[in-house]
Design a protein around this ligand. Structure first.
Ligand SMILES: C[S@@+](CC[C@H](N)C(=O)[O-])C[C@H]1O[C@@H](n2cnc3c(N)ncnc32)[C@H](O)[C@@H]1O
Length: 193
């Protein structure tokens, strides 16, 4: 099982937005959902994506999207604008839950039976990391993780790096999924000196 947590500093916490980008960059949340859960013609049923929306009017909201139960979704942005509006106005969608909950409380719960990894350019090289059976990855949005949030997450896990190149959060997720896919199929990527 794999889990990705995106900390969205400004992600809108109600359905009253006209433009997804101006809604505290919910477009970044959409990109990360696609990178986490979608394969070509399939969904990663072993993966859960979490977004913490910390923008107005009522932060923090925890949006959880479970690959095992998600239904009626496509990858395009318009589909997700409609889903975001639906679930942020209290309506339901299969596989998606929205609750008032803090990042700290979720991470505390997950860390009891998972390994937590905080994505940061200055962390331990990804090639030197043992991901275990159930990795949980914490990522910042377009601005990065707030220092306080990163400090809290590091009580439960370690910082890991994909290299010095700063990538989009969604690209980091794609890279991690690829690395884990290779490990699962018995063909792990190897470091070349
Ligand atoms: C677009 S980046 C944020 C860039 C922001 N300027 C910063 O300094 O954090 C979004 C997130 O992707 C992750 N990230 C980006 N590049 C990375 C790398 N090379 N290694 C590890 N994580 C990375 C981090 O979690 C970061 O918070």
């Amino acid at each position: 099982m794999r889990e990705f947590i995106l900390y969205s500093r400004k992600g809108r916490t109600d359905a009253h937005f006209s433009n997804i980008r101006d809604a505290g960059r919910l477009d970044v949340v959409h990109e990360c959902i696609v990178a986490s859960l979608f394969l070509s013609h399939g969904i990663r049923r072993n993966t859960v994506f979490h977004a913490f929306l910390c923008g107005p009017p009522s932060p923090p909201l925890h949006m959880k999207i479970d690959g095992a139960t998600i239904r009626d979704v496509r990858t395009d942005q318009q589909t997700w604008i409609e889903i975001f509006r639906k679930v942020l106005s209290g309506k339901s969608h299969p596989g998606i839950t929205v609750e008032k909950r803090s990042f700290e409380s979720l991470l505390r719960e997950l860390s009891s039976n998972a390994d937590v990894f905080v994505l940061e350019e200055g962390g331990k090289d990804v090639f030197d990391v043992d991901f275990g059976e159930h990795p949980v990855f914490v990522l910042g949005d377009h601005i990065g993780l707030p220092r306080k949030v990163e400090g809290f997450a590091l009580r439960y896990g370690e910082k890991i790096s994909l290299g010095k190149q700063p990538y989009l959060a969604a690209s980091c997720i794609t890279i991690l999924n690829y690395i884990l896919d290779r490990i699962e199929t018995g063909k792990p990527l190897e470091r070349r000196e």
